[in-house]
Write a protein that binds this ligand. Structure first.
Ligand SMILES: [Zn+2]
Length: 396
């Protein structure tokens, strides 16, 4: 696996990070950057771009160590094995109060990077970093059995994935991960992230949580056990949107729950996910709704197909997590979820009238029952149908 960063991401991240340091009163890296970058304007125009890119890369990778966020996230999700740790700061990371918090972090967490990760940096620097680091590797306890399994698994992913490309997102909506060449067997993970996330060392934890969340999704997409497929979702655009949103929520829950089990902080706490879940499934009675949520949360493994069928169809969700005795089939039919079909017109319904009896004239119910003798008020209907029958009954 090769990890690479787009020139735009490195440029904007370095620019923002250095400016943040400078505004906070720490000038040394900022000044050093300018001492290298400013003379580039005197070069012939054709040579400038490459020269700027070199300086940006040096700062992104070596001086500010912004690429380490990506490597740590890849380690955290098991896309690359955890590297041996070193307690020594890189010689290139100079004693600098400005980087105090960063340095502490790096100290606890700095990985010895294999040459492939420092691809594109000056060869001299690479050697220097490796020598420094190797000299201070601390003895480690032999890995537990469990660690060995996850090491081998991560090793497999690392070998199978051709490349991770990290690019600059143009806005929040553009952020996220995707897997290219998934089917051909040479998968490339493309990650888009806002450069502004790299600007403030105090927001490093948010950046890490974001990267980990996205890499978890990417890992699922290349995991044969998850068996991701570009599934066709039937229905009109609003149904598709609803199913897609529910699917995304269930998949996020699956990601969060696994992160929670290995003690990694997610982008959202569990209760916040429950509130999202609550919104989509409000119509399910409280107790069962919480039960379904907890059931999903403690499930070790899902496939793509399982998550999608739960997102598409309430029955699948209910039959998995609600005891048959707990809620009768009849009651279940009266849970009018957004997107379920109206019993009258059969169209997916977003605006339900749950119990027309409570708001409509008796004549409206009778008008409906002329067309649908088995229909009862608690079956409900979409607001349009109810309106039509109100007109027909002359009470609209
Ligand atoms: Zn209807």
């Amino acid at each position: 696996m090769k990890v690479s960063y787009s020139a735009q991401l490195m440029e904007e991240s370095v620019f923002r990070h250095l400016n943040h340091l400078e505004r906070s009163g720490y000038r040394s890296d900022y000044d050093e950057f300018h001492s290298l970058a400013d003379p580039i304007y005197e070069l012939p125009e054709d040579d400038r771009e490459i020269a700027f890119e070199k300086v940006n890369r040096l700062f992104f990778m070596e001086k500010l160590k912004l690429g380490d966020h990506v490597l740590r996230a890849l380690e955290a999700v098991g896309l690359i094995p955890k590297r041996k740790r070193t307690s020594k700061k890189s010689a290139l990371l100079k004693e600098n109060q400005a980087l105090k918090s960063d340095a502490d972090f790096a100290e606890a967490d700095a990985a010895i990077l294999p040459g492939e990760f420092i691809e594109g940096t000056e060869a001299d620097n690479v050697e220097q970093v490796e020598e420094e680091a190797v000299a201070v590797v601390e003895d480690e306890a032999p890995p537990e059995d469990n660690d060995e399994v996850s090491y081998d698994l991560a090793r497999e992913f690392e070998e199978r994935i051709k490349e991770v490309i990290v690019k600059r997102a143009i806005n929040k909506v553009d952020e996220g991960s995707n897997v290219l060449n998934r089917v051909s067997g040479n998968p490339i993970i493309e990650m888009r992230v806002l450069a502004s996330r790299f600007s403030n060392p105090e927001e490093a934890l948010d950046l890490d949580a974001f990267l980990i969340q996205e890499f978890m999704h990417a890992k699922d997409m290349v995991d044969p056990e998850f068996d991701y497929e570009d599934a066709f979702i039937p229905g009109n655009p609003s149904v598709k949107n609803l199913i897609t949103s529910r699917f995304r929520l269930l998949w996020n829950m699956y990601v969060d729950a696994r992160l929670g089990r290995i003690g990694v902080v997610s982008v959202l706490p569990k209760e916040a996910r429950f509130r999202e879940f609550d919104n989509f499934y409000r119509k399910i009675p409280d107790k069962q709704r919480r039960g379904i949520f907890e059931g999903i949360w403690v499930t070790d493994k899902f496939t793509h197909e399982e998550l999608l069928s739960m997102a598409t169809d309430l029955d699948t969700l209910m039959s998995k997590y609600v005891d048959p005795g707990e809620i009768s089939e009849e009651e279940r039919d009266f849970i009018h979820l957004q997107g379920s079909p109206c019993p009258l017109c059969k169209f997916p319904t977003y605006n339900w009238v749950d119990d027309p009896e409570s708001i409509c004239d008796e004549m409206v119910l009778e008008a409906i029952q002329i067309d649908f003798p088995d229909w009862e008020s608690k079956d409900g209907g979409c607001d349009r149908c109810i309106e039509v029958y109100e007109l027909r009954a002359g009470v609209g």
